[in-house]
Design a protein around this ligand. Sequence first.
Ligand code: ZN
Length: 160
Amino acid sequence: MSYRIGSGIDFHQLAEGRDLWIGGVKIPHNKGSVGHSDADVLLHAICDALLGAACLGDIGTHFPDTDPAYKNIDSKILLKKTVDLINAEGYSIVNIDSTLCLQSPKIKPYINDMQAAIATVTNINEKDISIKATTTEKMGFVGREEGLMAYATVLIQKIS
Ligand SMILES: [Zn+2]
């Protein structure tokens, strides 16, 4: 059995007048993520980790933010397309571990919904999708609520 590991990281600015999509879930908040797509920082980090594990470049290569096709797109569609890309290379996902960094709001109440959303798109078990969250203790751009970030690590295995 052949295994490969991948890591991904993503950042977005936060601004008023935007929706806050994280992990495929819309979270009520006074600010939302700024980006060409729905700017879902967690799903983007997971996409990059998957692409990295399969050595398939990065999210910007496959879904350029200059392409009008991806304007305001639901990042669950990008994640689905990414899973299709790694499946086409003969890989399946073993597990996902991730960490969100943002000052507010509290993410814990939404984690189960995020796991369910990601499980539906990736077709893996919710128990294989770890989502953690931390603040930066009010330090830096995250602490000032100017932006948020996410890290993801994935393991994939060759199945064909
Ligand atoms: Zn992003």
